[in-house]
Design a protein around this ligand. Structure first.
Ligand SMILES: Nc1ncnc2c1ncn2[C@@H]1O[C@H](COP(=O)(O)OP(=O)(O)OP(=O)(O)O)[C@@H](O)[C@H]1O
Length: 329
């Protein structure tokens, strides 16, 4: 059970429609999401999905057309909330001719924080040594890190980062991910948006998948990747199929080719994918054996986040791609 004090962000049918009349665009459509204390929450979706718009409403930067956003138990955007939240959303406005350190000091003063806050933040993002260099001389990665430094000044309970690794090279991305994980380890709740599945898979505890303004799914990364599919390989094939359909239902079984290992089929045993939870594996095994079938394999099928994501976001009823490959055979 989740205690309501553990909920840091909750939106209820949050909706944003841009424009009026013919040119109107529904950017966010009745999104209800929940972010819990201490987690790294990934808001995942392709370009134009509605991520930034949702985050802007959560931060109180724009008003929803309908629905609500509650942050730390209060309506989003109120002054008592804003000072407990840090954000990096659309490139931070830094003065190019000031040093990184002075930029942060200016911001700290503006927000009523001590200049210690600027120094601590510089240390946290590993920029203290380059703190006296002018902002305009920074690499993109350093600029992004300074943005995160500005978000974490004053020790906010929640940090919201919109595509924090966008535009960074692989090393810069890795640095940023490490920084996010270290912030989370120190107890800060983090919401980040990303269109990078690998990134979300690597650093997020839970994920909300958004496409076309709608929240398609919200769950842990592990849940999202599956655990609800069983791969069954048994012979004779017609007997295996009959048993599978009896247990999983006609629509709960997909037939895919024999398992491949990169050099071709491993054997000629057909693979069945059953939409069943892992706990059903013993039952499947029992019935197959009772029916006189030989079991070659029953396994939990782990899909990559990428496969799940494309299944969810592909508009046509595409046949989901299920990997039939067996690693290291
Ligand atoms: N100020 C605006 N006026 C009109 N339409 C807008 C505005 N801002 C965003 N949109 C539209 O709303 C939809 C959602 O945009 P949004 O920026 O929230 O998506 P996103 O998931 O953050 O995408 P990206 O990763 O490309 O930034 C898009 O179709 C976009 O064109």
């Amino acid at each position: 059970m989740t205690n309501s004090g553990d909920v840091v962000v909750a939106t209820d049918r949050l909706t944003k429609r841009y424009g009026k009349g013919e040119g109107t665009r529904l950017a966010v459509d009745a999104v209800s999401l929940t972010v819990r204390r201490g987690e790294v929450y990934g808001f995942l979706g392709p370009n134009g999905a509605g991520k930034t718009t949702t985050l802007r409403m959560v931060l109180g930067l724009i008003r929803p057309t309908s629905g609500t956003a509650t942050v730390l138990g209060r309506p989003a955007g109120g002054p008592e909330v804003t000072e407990r939240v840090g954000a990096l959303i659309e490139g931070p406005g830094f003065y190019p001719y000031l040093s990184g350190r002075d930029n942060l000091r200016v911001m700290a003063r503006y927000r009523g924080l001590s200049s210690d806050a600027a120094e601590i933040a510089l240390e946290r993002v590993d920029l203290a040594k380059r703190g006296n260099d002018k902002f305009r001389s920074y690499s993109l990665g350093m600029k992004q890190r300074l943005g995160v430094a500005s978000a974490l000044m004053g020790d906010p309970e929640l940090i919201v980062l919109d595509e924090p690794t966008n535009g960074l090279d692989p090393a810069g991305m890795q640095d940023m991910r490490r920084l996010i994980v270290s912030l989370a380890e120190s107890g800060t709740t983090i919401v980040l948006s990303s269109h990078l599945l690998a990134e979300v898979q690597e650093i997020c505890d839970r994920v909300g998948v958004i496409n076309g303004g709608r929240l398609l799914r919200e769950s842990t990364v592990t849940e999202l990747r599956g655990g609800t599919l069983l791969r069954v390989r048994a012979t004779p094939p017609d007997k295996a199929l009959a048993v599978a359909m009896r247990i999983a239902g006609d629509d709960g079984v997909r037939r895919i080719g024999p398992v491949e290992n990169g050099r071709g089929p491993v054997d000629d045993v057909e693979t069945l994918v059953l939409s069943l939870p892992p706990a059903m594996a013993p039952e499947v095994a029992r019935v197959l054996i009772a029916e006189g079938a030989d079991i070659h394999e029953i396994a939990l099928l782990e899909r990559s986040l990428e496969e799940v994501f494309f299944e969810m976001t592909t508009p046509v009823a595409a046949t989901p791609t299920v990997p039939a490959s067996v690693p290291n055979l």
